[in-house]
Structure formats: C-alpha cells, structure tokens
Design a protein around this ligand. Structure first.
Ligand code: BG6
Length: 473
C-alpha cells in the first residue's frame, strides 16, 4: 500500500557527504595534509594508522587521497544530483584547504575558491548547500603539534576558520553545522585529533574544547549571518535486552552517555548528570572563568543527527562475550533485527524511536543528515545495478520519519548518506557502497571513476517529485 500523504513542501530532501571521503586532490590547490591522507584500507585502519609512521609507505594505497575525485568531478556530480531533484546537499569544508596547517595568518584563496565553485553550482540548480564546518579532517599539523583538541589553542584556530567561512559564504549558505558527530570522539578519540593519551580525562577535555569552539562559532554566526546553525549528533537508540530493571538502567545510562554531548550544545551548560559522570570517573575539566558564558552563547538552532542502527544493552555477565561494535556504540545482537554485511542492525522503527526521544528531550527542530546502507555491490553484465535492498531500506526509514512527524516531531529534512558512492570513513573501503550513483573505483584505487545511476537513483527522484506520497507502508 502506498503512503498517500505528502511530506511538507519545505522538507529538505537530499544527500550528504564529507570532504575527506569525496574530494581527493589531497595535495592540490594548496591543501595541507590530514590524518586521512595516511589511513590505509581495512577494518582496523585507524589502529594501523596509529602504528605506522605518518609518512608515505611504499606500495601502500591511501584511498582518501583520490577518494572519488569530487574535486575535479563536482560539476558532473551536482548535475546528477540535480537530475534527482534533490533540494539540499550536505558537504563539509576541508579545514586544511582553507588553513593548510591551521596556524597560517591568512586563509588559502585557492581553497576558498573551490568551495565558491561548489556553492555556486548548487545554487544554480536551486539546491540548498548544507555545510559541515569540520567532519573529522583536522589539519595534520595541529594534531602532531597539539594532539588535536586536547589543546585549547584549537578553540581559537577553529573560531577563526569558522568566521572566514561565514564571511565568505554566509550570504549564500543558510544551513550550517559545526562538528560532525561530536559525540563519536567518546568511542573514536582520533576523530578529535587525539593521536595519544586517549583516556577518558583527555577525551572529555577535548570535548570541552570542541564545545567551546562550536559555541564561539555559533555566537559569531548569529552576529554575522541570517540562517540556522546546528550541532550534529551520531545517534543510536539503546534498548534494554529484557524488562529487568538492571537492563533498563544500563540502556538509559548508555543512552545518556551519547546525549551528554547534545545536552551541552542544546542547553548551553553541563547538566548535573554529566557533572556526576565526571565525578564518578575522576574527570576534571580545566575551565576558564568565561567558559560557562561562552557555552550559553553557543546554544544551537537545530539538532542534526545521523541514524543508522540501534543497540541492545544487557546486564547479564554471560552476554558480555558477545558485545560488539556497530557504527558507534557497543551492544549485543538483537534477535528481532537483521544486519547489514558490516554488522550494523537494520532498524527502521528505531528511526521513529530516535526522533521521538530526541525531540522530547530537546524540543528543537531535528534534521536527519545521514541515513543509508553500505553494501558490497557490482554492476551486472549490462552495466546496471539493481539495488532493490537500498530502496527497501530507505523506503522503510522514510515511512518511520513520516510517522514520527505525525507523532508531532519537527523534522527539517532527510539527507541520505550518501547520494554517491564514496570512501568509507571507518574502513576506507570503496566496496562499502551507499550511493544512488555508482562510482567505478575499487578498494585498491583502480577504476575509471565513471558515474553510473543505480535503480535507487530513479526511485529517490520519484520520492522527491511526489513529496514522499509513493513511500510504501
Ligand atoms: C557516519 C559518519 O558515522 O557514518 C560518516 O559521519 C560515515 O562519515 C558514515 O561515512 C558511515 O560510516 P562508514 O564507516 O560506513 O563510512
């Protein structure tokens, strides 16, 4: 049965990407290096990168260096996105294209020009640019010199970088977000540039610096631009394994740990429960007297989230051996759900649960800026790709978005991750494909880079054209 009600006409249908996973051209246009330029392919690529010297290794393939070469293909890619009728495109700006080391006095004009080109191209098709200021790719120099956001120095560098972007693009870009999945540093400290000392104390000190950097950027944005600026949360709702109160307590604690980050950015202060968490874990955050005031100024206009899967918590010690990691947090198998090839649970109803939980906690608009499924795919003999599983996945998730909106949740839009195949963040694989558009490139970096439309391309185009009326129930 088809869903005959439409989504609101203001709903932002679109897709999302990030600089390091798309652009390539790692050493062109004056760009500085980032950690991604030294990350090999493979499940344990973060670990391997830490163990390897941060210099070129012979015979090593570094997939982010070429990525899908969006740097040279962006006009073709945006034309394809426009053909799908998307209304919004999320991309991130590479900090090291604007400030190659992060410490220069003046920004790099060639880097700024590249994003002028991307933004103008989007606007020429009537597509809203949605900009992430930092999607993990901190300039390598700042990581080596300061251990990333462990140092308060990065607060000022980030603020200066953000202000340059607001002044240059603020009249054209209405939607912004500061840090991608700010809470993921709790599980993946390297995303905050913590190459060493990745213990809880350092992680939360770095988090404090990211909160300040974000807050300062938000305050400057509100002074300089019209438009909306949000925070971005990686969210997986946690479920208790049973109705045993111990399981329920554990799932609520796990959930709260994810949400401490959004609490600070939405409320503008550290909650009592977060302070208690610090005390219990002997974490002492170094703060300056003005920090509380800065955090208050940094309250965001909306909450952007990624949603891929849910997790299950069990207090039973016997279950501990089966705990594994999904996209973010650790949990045990959910016997009611299937998994993707990469072990991420597929839970469309979890989308409705997620949206309701977040809206009840924060009462500000939510923007879904990532949702999708990674699949190892190959073209058939006729050069086509029939990705009915992706259509089913997205259809089911969108159905639950619509239901959440009927529950009263304010949802600004839905950006699929990713409209075009790109390099996986966690594993560096090209073979973990998310796109409506196939890119001819393999895990070793071989291929023509040709773009080919999958079946889902036409399906998403119809969904947008019909404002979601053709979503199946
Ligand atoms: C999100 C990240 O957590 O998950 C993206 O913001 C990432 O950068 C996406 O690509 C999917 O993860 P992966 O590892 O499959 O690329």
């Amino acid at each position: 049965m088809e869903y005959n009600k439409k989504f609101p006409s203001s709903f932002l249908w679109g897709g999302a990407t990030s600089s390091s996973q798309c652009e390539g051209a790692f050493d062109q246009g004056g760009k500085g290096l980032t950690l991604f330029d030294f990350m090999p392919v493979g499940k344990d690529r973060y670990q391997r990168m830490i163990e390897l010297p941060l210099s070129d290794q012979e015979d090593m393939h570094y997939p982010n260096r070429i990525a899908i070469d969006f740097y040279h293909h962006y006009k073709e890619d945006i034309r394809l996105l426009a053909e799908m009728g998307i209304k919004a495109f999320r991309f991130s700006i590479s900090w090291s294209r604007i400030y190659p080391t992060g410490e220069e006095e003046f920004p790099n004009e060639a880097g700024l020009k590249f994003y002028d080109g991307v933004i103008n191209e989007l606007l020429s098709y009537g597509i809203e640019p949605v900009v992430t200021i930092l999607h993990y790719d901190i300039p390598l120099h700042l990581i080596k010199k300061y251990n990333g956001f462990e140092s308060r120095k990065l607060v000022d560098y980030f603020e200066r970088y953000a202000i340059v972007l607001f002044k240059r693009y603020g009249s054209k870009v209405k939607y912004w977000m500061t840090f991608n999945e700010i809470n993921i540093m709790r599980y993946s400290p390297l995303d905050a540039g913590l190459l060493k000392n990745a213990n809880l104390q350092t992680i939360f000190q770095a988090a404090h610096h990211e909160f300040l950097a974000s807050a300062k950027a938000v305050a400057s944005f509100h002074q300089l631009c019209d438009g909306e600026i949000g925070m971005m949360l990686g969210y997986e709702p946690a479920y208790p394994k049973t109705c045993a109160p111990e399981d329920i307590l554990l799932s609520e604690q796990s959930e709260n740990e994810l949400l401490y980050f959004s609490d600070v950015q939405v409320y503008g202060y550290y909650s009592n429960t977060m302070k208690a968490f610090f005390r219990k874990n002997k974490i002492q955050i170094n703060m300056e007297p003005e920090d509380e005031h800065i955090l208050k100024l940094g309250k965001v206009d909306y909450l952007a989230l990624s949603y891929y899967s849910s997790s299950v918590c069990s207090s039973n010690p016997q279950d501990q051996s089966s705990v594994k990691r999904g996209n973010m947090i650790f949990g045990i198998d959910n016997p009611y759900l299937k998994e993707s090839e990469w072990g991420w649970t597929i839970d469309p109803i979890g989308m409705r649960i997620a949206l309701n939980r977040l809206y009840h906690r924060y009462h500000i608009p939510l923007f879904i800026v990532e949702n999708g499924i990674g699949v190892n795919e190959e073209l058939d003999q006729e050069g086509k790709l029939h990705d009915d599983y992706r259509i089913a996945y997205l259809n089911d998730h969108l159905r639950e978005v619509k239901k959440a909106m009927e529950d009263g949740v304010e949802v600004m839009g839905f950006l699929s991750w990713a409209p075009i195949d790109l390099v996986s963040a966690a594993s560096g694989q090209m073979s973990k494909r998310y796109g409506f558009i196939y890119v001819d490139l393999d895990d070793e970096g071989k291929g023509s880079l040709k773009r080919i439309k999958k079946d889902s391309f036409y399906w998403y185009r119809d969904v947008i054209k019909n404002q979601g009326r053709n979503i199946e129930l």
